[in-house]
Write a protein that binds this ligand. Structure first.
Ligand code: ADP
Ligand code: MG
Length: 240
């Protein structure tokens, strides 16, 4: 589904991503772990060109999105993204938040977009919140709405950047449950997270990043129980 080769990203003199190579297949759940500042968010943001790579190529569904002649908008619609800070539009109701992109970018009729939004809200158990504003929601509810908003575009792939890191502990479970259901439906996902239990449970692959490089990768069981690289051992020793 996505092929990344020789990806480099520099912010001025700071080299944040160094020769990242990775292929992600349809249906895979790739979990990215690593210390703060290791480049996890930058990597995720490069995948849909929210950050422009300094060097390297990204091919998504057969199209080279780093090719300067390509218009990213079409592929970006196929990559849903969920952020740590929810990023819901505060002046819009939940319904307006969810229907905005399908109406604007897909030219969907309002009725159809609202029908789709209600189906998504039912799925996450929040249909009674359709006409409230984000400030009337708990953090966990906001994040479930943010996931529903991304799903409203029918993406082929979902990118999650620490989706539970800003939540009170008692709300982490409800968000992970929505993500678990997505995994069960076969969604292709790239998830940056510190939820190691979740990573072990649903990850098809774990990537450990440090100082802008992929230091180690493998199936969760192997990486978590027999990390090979000293940096991975050190990191896991601190977080597990
Ligand atoms: P992580 O998500 O693993 O914590 P980030 O990708 O956010 O790491 O950041 C990696 C490095 O890049 C950090 O040193 C950070 O300060 C730097 N960085 C991230 N975004 C920018 C930016 N827009 N401008 C300059 N430096 C940045
Ligand atoms: Mg980050």
């Amino acid at each position: 589904m996505i092929q990344v080769s020789n990806l480099n990203k520099e912010f001025g003199k700071l080299q944040v991503l160094k020769n990242i190579d990775i292929n992600i297949s349809q249906g895979e759940v790739v979990v990215i772990i690593g210390p703060s500042g290791s480049g996890k968010s930058t990597f995720l943001r490069c995948l849909n060109l929210l950050e422009e790579p300094t060097d390297g190529e990204i091919v998504f569904e057969g199209i080279s999105i780093t090719d300067k002649t390509n218009n990213i908008n079409k592929q970006r619609q196929k990559m849903g993204m969920v952020f740590q800070q929810f990023n819901l539009f505060p002046h819009m109701t939940v319904m307006e938040n969810i229907t905005l992109s399908p109406m604007k970018l897909k030219k969907m009729e309002k009725k159809e977009a609202e029908k789709g939004a209600l189906t998504l809200l039912k799925r996450i158990g929040l249909e009674d919140k359709a006409f409230v504003y984000p400030n009337q929601l708990s953090g966990g509810q906001k994040q479930r709405i943010a996931i529903a908003r991304a799903l409203a575009m029918s993406p082929d792939m979902m990118l999650f950047d620490e989706p539970t890191s800003a939540l009170d502990p008692e709300m982490v479970g409800e968000v992970l449950q929505v993500m678990r259901e997505l995994v069960a439906e076969g969604m292709t996902m790239v998830v940056v997270t510190h939820e190691m239990g979740f990573a072990k449970e649903v990850g098809s692959r774990v990537i450990f990043m440090d100082e802008g490089r992929i230091v180690e990768e493998g199936c969760p069981k192997e990486v978590f129980t027999h990390p090979k690289h000293p940096r991975t051992k050190d990191f896991l020793g601190k977080v597990l």
